[in-house]
Design a protein around this ligand. Structure first.
Ligand code: NAG
Length: 91
């Protein structure tokens, strides 16, 4: 789904009447963004964004090489990595 100007209001204004987007970002350990997808409404599930992203294709085609792609803070072992993306967004 692509967001066009004519659809911005209806797609990105949520039920509370406020603007929201769900943005998928990937950074590396140097806090440099490696990939950004910023075109989905805030209500969109993370998995939906990933499924439709070029990043998924890159992963499946092995184009990321010998690297790990970690996501979300739900797993205790990921907290340290989660801190990296939070710092990257902050910077
Ligand atoms: C992060 O990405 C930048 C730009 O692609 C690169 O110069 C840097 O070496 C990378 N850092 C790590 C830790 O891979």
């Amino acid at each position: 789904m692509f967001i066009t100007d004519s659809h911005i209001k209806e797609e990105l204004i949520n039920r509370k009447g406020t603007f929201s987007m769900n943005v998928q970002v990937v950074c590396n350990a140097s806090l440099i963004f490696q990939n950004v997808v910023a075109r989905w409404p805030g209500s969109t599930h993370d998995a939906t964004i990933f499924t439709h992203s070029d990043l998924k294709d890159y992963c499946e085609q092995g184009e990321l090489g010998n690297r790990w792609l970690l996501g979300d803070s739900g797993y205790p072992s990921h907290i340290k990595t989660r801190n990296t993306i939070e710092r990257c967004i902050g910077v």
